[in-house]
Ligand binder design. Structure first.
Ligand code: UGA
Length: 434
């Protein structure tokens, strides 16, 4: 059966969630307080690059299941279930800023005229649901019944539509039985196991999952250091341990470390809430420490080969924080570029999707030249660097690159090429843990 749903916030999570809900037949109203963004979405444009999303937005808008508005009141009036998907940005002390959640909770409360299920989808520290419920109770002028539910998201940018349409699991945290049937109906079309928990556990599942994935990456990065020191190969080690089903091969790719708007923020937030609750989560501090060390080690590798970086010309492939996205927030690739420019290097940079967004934080000029063609990246350069794991970088014209470079040197921060093959082609090739 089709559910009537409102989604407050049309960022990555809100827009993908709302669109996929509409795609399976639900009636969805997406609300955003940014009127320009709402206009753009109403006109069929989307503000982010996410594979497959634009077509789905157009299709579901045209078929009348998906609409956009700047009015929370309208969204609340037209739906039975209201998802909150607003940002929870980091603060200086590592904890998260919950003011957007609090504000939306008040807006929803003052708009309600009948029973509503209010679902928190934003990533929040444990115990937030209790505060949301308290806030809604306080500002609920019509004094109607409501339930607060926690339903964390597990979407990866660049793969968000697939992750939502075919989830590994759906987590629904609720303290009351009343919203259970409605939440089942929302997720029934997705054919995934639904786990019902209490609200606090659902909130914790999100932080614990992201922190564990980050830990997995830092673990393999730490092992890569031992591989380099001992002459082992991190790819073979990752394959060898990853085939153990208890471990699994995914998220065991060594490299420049993790970035993006989720892992770094969620780790800090989990450490902060743990501390507030009386536990010092030193394990996760070490995860952060190893992650920061990967960048230091990569730069050291470059300096060991090229010596002084001042006036060196370097071609950098990749600016996004990972493949398949134009998102450059907390991107290791951007961090790398900024550090190299600070050392006086001159960069030619290329990314398949993220160049526009990168220009805002890494302006053209000032040691940075944006190039339109991946295969021209090495022209006039002393070395090529790979900073993001875009699959198309494996198609780089290596013959041309070898001729373009003053000396054929390639630093691969994402292990995209085979060391033996690169050596055969005459490259000095340095990657991670091999
Ligand atoms: C992550 C989680 O994977 C999602 O499940 C979660 O829903 C999301 O955060 C969120 O909280 O919203 P995302 O940040 O989009 O998703 O991207 P990931 O694919 O997890 O990659 C994160 C970072 O880890 C990237 O910088 C990537 O390059 C790096 N990474 C990933 C590695 O260095 N090695 C790997 O093996 C995998």
């Amino acid at each position: 059966m089709a559910s009537k749903i409102a989604i407050i916030g049309t960022g990555y999570v809100g827009l993908v969630t709302g669109t996929c809900f509409a795609e399976v037949g639900h009636q969805v109203t997406c609300v955003d307080n940014n009127a320009d963004k709402v206009k753009m979405l109403q006109d069929g444009g989307i503000p982010i690059y996410e594979p497959g999303l634009e077509d789905l937005v157009k299709k579901n808008t045209a078929e009348g299941r998906l609409r956009f508005t700047a009015s929370t009141k309208e969204g609340v009036d037209e739906s039975d279930i209201i998802f909150i998907a607003v940002p929870t940005p980091p603060q200086d002390d590592g904890s998260v800023d919950l003011s957007f959640i609090e504000k939306v909770a008040r807006e929803i409360a003052s708009s309600m005229t009948s029973y509503k299920i209010i679902v928190d989808k934003s990533t929040v520290p444990v115990n937030t649901g209790e505060n949301v419920a308290e806030t809604i109770k306080r500002y609920n002028q019509a004094n109607v019944d409501f339930d607060v539910v926690s339903n964390p998201e597990f979407l990866r940018e660049g793969f968000a539509v697939g992750d939502l349409m075919e989830p590994d699991r759906v987590v629904v945290g609720t303290t009351s039985q009343r919203p259970v049937a409605a939440m089942r109906e929302v997720y029934e079309p997705f054919k995934a196991p639904i786990i019902f928990t209490d609200i606090n556990s659902a909130e914790l599942i999100k932080h614990a999952a992201n922190s564990f994935l980050a830990l997995k990456i830092s673990y393999i990065n730490a092992v890569s250091i031992i591989c380099e020191a001992s002459g082992a190969n991190i790819e073979e080690v990752a394959n060898g341990i990853g085939l153990d089903e208890r471990i699994g091969r995914r998220f065991l790719n060594a490299g420049l470390g993790f970035g993006g708007s989720c892992f770094p923020k969620d780790l800090s937030a989990f450490i902060a809430i743990a501390e507030q609750l009386g536990y010092k989560f030193d394990l996760l501090k070490e995860v952060q420490h190893i992650n920061a060390g990967q960048m230091e080690r990569f730069i050291k590798k470059i300096e060991e080969t090229l010596w002084v970086l001042k006036e060196k010309k370097l071609g950098v492939l990749g600016l996004a924080f990972k493949q398949n996205t134009d998102d450059v927030r907390m991107s290791p690739a951007i961090d790398l570029c900024q550090r190299l420019v600070k050392e006086g290097a001159e960069l030619r940079v290329y990314d398949p999707k993220a160049m526009e967004k990168a220009k805002e934080i890494l302006p053209e000029g000032e040691g940075i030249t944006y190039v339109d063609d991946m295969n021209s990246i090495g022209e006039g350069c002393d070395a090529i660097l790979i900073a993001t794991e875009w699959p198309e970088f494996t198609e780089l014209d290596l013959e041309k690159a070898r001729k373009d470079l003053s000396h054929p040197i390639l630093f691969d921060g994402r292990n995209l090429f085979e060391p033996a093959k690169m050596e055969e082609l005459g490259f000095i090739y340095k990657s991670i843990g091999r």
